[in-house]
Design a protein around this ligand. Sequence first.
Ligand SMILES: NC(=O)c1ccc[n+]([C@@H]2O[C@H](COP(=O)([O-])OP(=O)(O)OC[C@H]3O[C@@H](n4cnc5c(N)ncnc54)[C@H](O)[C@@H]3O)[C@@H](O)[C@H]2O)c1
Length: 308
Amino acid sequence: MNVKVSIVGAGMTGSTTAHWLAEREIADIVLVDVIEGMPQGKALDLLEAMPVIGKDVTITGSNDYAATAGSDIIILTAGLARKPGMSRDDLLAANAAIVRDATEKTMRLSPDAIYVVLTNPLDAMAYLTMRVSGLPPERVVGQAGILDSARMRAFVALELGVSVENVHCYVLGGHGDEMVPLTRFSNVAGIPLVDVMAPDRLAAIVERTRKGGGEIVSLLKTGSAYYAPAIAVTQMVDAILKDKHLIVDASAYLQGEYGLRDLFFGVPVQLGRKGVEKVIEYMLSEEERAAFKKSAQGVAENNLKLQL
Ligand SMILES: NC(=O)c1ccc[n+]([C@@H]2O[C@H](COP(=O)([O-])OP(=O)(O)OC[C@H]3O[C@@H](n4cnc5c(N)ncnc54)[C@H](O)[C@@H]3O)[C@@H](O)[C@H]2O)c1
């Protein structure tokens, strides 16, 4: 294959992403991590699974960034994950150093790559990646909204006893507890959620969605979610490589959209081979606009702490 996706950070999220990507047979995959032998071992194990599912994908593991040279997409998922009691923002200083280093090293070897960032706090790490790389905004995007929306879709489907395929939810804003589930636009087979659910049930689902990451951290105790985040980033990579012009919720650089400027923030974007082709703007109500503003404040405060 002459399409290459490199994943920096071969931990739970990085290696699960490699698994989902390999199943789709859309790119050769490189896993990079600082732990000696670990990315090599995971890559070899995954490579040995390919004959069983009949996928011709090359999967390589390395502790050396040289293996990432000429990548079409770089996924950044290196860094610390949350432990119980921690917020995503608690990870900022440690992960900023890791993301800066990974961006500098991968940029030199893959100057044409599109960056998909996962490391938390997500919106700040995507901002850091863009500023350190000097890339144009369309070539850096953060994974947040597909995951947050999928969590809400799963909860609604369970509550109503319908297929997840019939449930469409839109969760925007910063990837933190102030994220903004847009209940007015979310629907079941076209019928707005507000018309099919009691207000208290809907409010409970909104709250569970906001705290969805924390719910899993407190159950796992030793790390954070990885299956759903990994399939979310896989969908983004698929949309970019296949030039699908797919509209998904993701963290993108805003330049006046939604009245916000100079920050990465969760909004609907159109993804294609050039990266972020377009930021889609909803007509927000007063209440939704206020929730956006509150969420954006937290993101902007984190960006300031980066001292860029
Ligand atoms: N945006 C999202 O939706 C989302 C979802 C899941 C996880 N995350 C974030 O992704 C990050 C990783 O999560 P995880 O669950 O995979 O954690 P993990 O601990 O399983 O894996 C992290 C990996 O990063 C590696 N690493 C650390 N420093 C590195 C460096 N300088 N270069 C290369 N690799 C390095 C570690 O050795 C480890 O293997 C965390 O910050 C987490 O919060 C974000």
